[in-house]
Write a protein that binds this ligand. Structure first.
Ligand code: ADP
Length: 369
């Protein structure tokens, strides 16, 4: 079997010799994958990216590119392209010179070859008309595209992107996001993007590593993270509006279980829960706002009081309370319910996630119910 494009083996990085910014990180990335490193500020995303590009050396563990050990290889010899948050364009060079810079460092290319390659990449990123401008004469979006050209001009094996859209306004962000994704697919690049924006990560990447306190919490495709988050941290980080969390006590009831909550009792088939854990325990039910169904009967349903309704255009968001817990329920646009009466809702059990309250781990089994 061929080697993966990138393999991180038990990577750790400590800046001060006492605390770890990144710890015990294992990650395998195949050629053509687009991976997002996602997590809150300070979780270790940039540190991981800097170790991949070679600007920081890991304190422990090994990094391999295509099976080759690269811990001690200089950034310029790793065949990577990098786009920084600030774009880091040289202000005293025009666009052509900025893009040509990494090629000139190679020393062995003729002026003609350099001109050809800069022209080609400028055409690919659709900015051929900007080559003679200075960076100060460019909009944010144009600067971003120039930075992209400079990262791609050496035809890198790996493209590393550090929050590349955080300086753009909301509309341009969507446009550039689309362009980066198309370019990555067309050039079959292996790309890694650092972002704290879960919607951006979901939209652009084929796989997401959700990081918290220097450790990967889950590494999976976006739909897997969304539907089966491995723990409460991932569950609360992914999805807008966020997943609802309802605490309860799980008790055996005949062959199945009942979850006793402040808003009502919910029967849960035993097949939904990890067989080793069939004892009474405190749990947190995780339900996405789309996965409720409003019902007439209160049996096997939760009773909520409605605070107010937000009309979202194509659907309605009911902001509700269940005891001390706020709950969001999304219904179709033509489903309207009064705000002055309790709302009874059933949970779509196929989409339910059950977390052990103590460990935060997801204990749901993937079965058809
Ligand atoms: P993120 O990119 O997820 O915001 P970072 O990788 O920048 O996180 O930071 C992870 C941790 O390492 C943080 O606690 C941060 O303060 C620390 N850190 C980052 N860079 C340095 C540095 N150059 N020197 C010392 N500590 C650093």
């Amino acid at each position: 079997m061929s080697e993966p494009m990138i393999r991180l083996e038990n990577i750790g990085k400590s800046y001060d010799g006492r605390t770890y910014a990144v710890r015990g990180m294992d990650l395998t990335i195949e050629k053509g994958d687009f991976v997002a490193l996602l997590g809150p500020s300070g979780c270790g995303k940039s540190t991981t990216l800097m170790m991949l590009c070679g600007l920081y050396r890991p304190t422990e563990g090994s990094i391999y590119f295509n099976g080759r050990y690269v811990n001690n290889i200089l950034p310029k010899d790793r065949n990577i392209g990098m786009v920084f948050q600030s774009y880091a364009l040289y202000p005293n060079m025009n666009v052509f010179e900025n893009i040509a810079f990494p090629l000139k460092q190679l020393k062995h290319l003729s002026k003609r070859e350099i001109r050809k390659r800069v022209q080609e990449v400028a055409n690919t990123v659709k900015i051929p008309e900007l080559l003679h401008r200075m960076p100060s004469q460019l909009s944010g979006g144009q600067q971003q595209r120039v930075a992209m050209c400079r990262a791609l001009v050496k035809d890198p094996d790996i493209l590393l992107l550090d929050e590349p859209m955080s300086n753009l306004d909301a509309r341009l962000k969507l446009e550039i996001r689309d362009e980066i994704k198309k370019l990555q697919e067309r050039l079959a690049l292996t790309a890694i993007i650092v972002t704290h924006d879960q919607e951006e990560a979901m939209a652009i990447s084929s796989h997401i590593a959700v990081i918290d306190q220097g450790s990967i919490q889950q590494y999976a495709a976006p739909d897997v993270l969304y539907n089966r988050p491995k723990n409460l941290f991932v569950a609360s980080f992914i999805g807008t509006p966020p997943m609802n969390f309802i605490t309860g006590t799980l008790e055996p009831m005949g062959e199945d279980f009942v979850c006793i909550t402040a808003g009502g009792n919910i029967t849960i088939p035993a097949a939904l829960i990890d067989c080793d854990l069939l004892t009474s325990r405190s749990v947190v039910l995780g339900i996405r706002p789309h996965n409720f169904k409003v019902v007439q009967s209160r049996e096997n349903a939760l009773t909520l009081s409605v605070d107010y309704i937000e009309h979202l255009g194509k659907e309605n968001l009911y902001r509700c309370q269940m005891a001390e817990t706020s709950i969001r329920v999304i219904t179709a646009i033509d489903e309207r319910y009064p705000t002055d009466e309790p709302l009874s809702v059933q949970i779509d059990l196929k989409m339910l996630n059950i977390f052990d309250e103590g460990s935060g781990d997801n204990i749901t089994c993937d079965v058809v119910v």
